[in-house]
Design a protein around this ligand. Structure first.
Ligand code: FPP
Length: 261
């Protein structure tokens, strides 16, 4: 499958990826799990290149979940080191491509050195606008929603937010990166079919694509295949097929209807 078989007018704006299968990839070859994470870096590079070439505007990578802190210490350490190294070694190419790096999650839980590299990368690339690369780090979807609720409650208690004015749009503005639109396509490698606490609010109407391929084996052509699969779908956002295909029906989106209470 090559990129020129894709419809340029239907490239997803935002692709999010659950990069699963590093450990199984390594174990299948008699290697230690950390070798799978190291090999996963090549897939990260390939998919960023591929997304950039396809004109995907936002790419979010689930690099470390809030639950991953519970993994063996040496694995957590290896993942943090890989991230540090990635941010240092790739920064020139990231700048050259005009990529803006963002990070979502409980960054305060990261080791100080990693946090510093993340902050450097986000600051240095803040003016870039060709593509946004969002790393989900120490990230949990439920925690993101809870922190948004807590901040809204605080602002309401301070009289800065009218509780009656709280709707989906206002709520979303309290999430980690409100400027980043909801994903159009969520890819999960490693043959599992679950969302694992990833972008729970944002994936309400996201198309989900799963593949048995393990993350270290994922390359540009597999991203192209996922996009081709996405392009063959009809996104209905809760409406009927006739409604979305009729030219009169332009208001495709979530209802926005609110609880009158
Ligand atoms: C899941 O595989 C993957 C992770 C927990 C981490 C993903 C990290 C990388 C690809 C490398 C570092 C990333 C960046 C952005 C520099 P798993 O270990 O759960 O695999 P398994 O399900 O086979 O055990």
């Amino acid at each position: 499958m090559s990129a020129d078989q894709l419809r340029p007018d239907r490239i997803p704006s935002h692709v999010a990826i659950i990069m699963d299968g590093n450990g199984r990839w390594a174990e299948a070859q008699g290697l230690e799990r950390n070798e799978g994470h190291r090999a996963g870096i090549e897939a990260v590079r390939a998919v960023i290149r591929g997304a950039n070439d396809l004109g995907i505007r936002y790419l979010t990578l689930y690099a470390f979940s809030s639950e991953n802190w519970g993994r063996p210490q040496d694995e957590v350490r290896e993942l943090m080191q890989l991230l540090d190294r990635y941010l240092v070694e790739e920064i020139d190419e990231v700048m050259e491509k005009g990529i803006r790096i963002r990070a979502i999650g409980r960054l305060d839980r990261l080791p100080p050195g990693t946090r510093k590299e993340v902050e450097n990368a986000t600051r240095k690339t803040a003016g870039n606008d060709a593509m946004d690369l969002v790393f989900a780090l120490s990230y949990g979807g439920r925690a993101e929603i809870v922190q948004a609720a807590r901040r809204i409650a605080r602002d309401a208690a301070a009289g800065e937010v009218d509780p009656h004015a709280i709707d989906e749009k206002l709520f979303a503005s309290y999430l980690y990166e409100p400027e980043v639109p909801d994903p159009d396509l969520l890819i999960r490698t490693g043959s599992e079919s679950r969302v694992s606490n990833f972008l729970l609010w944002q994936i309400a109407y996201t198309e989900i694509y799963t593949t048995e391929r393990m993350w270290p084996d994922f390359r540009e052509e597999h991203l192209v295949e996922a996009v081709r699969n996405y392009q063959a779908r009809e996104r209905r956002f809760g409406k009927t097929s006739a409604q979305v295909s009729s030219p009169a029906s332009t208001s495709v989106g979530t209802s926005g209807s609110e609880d009158p209470a």
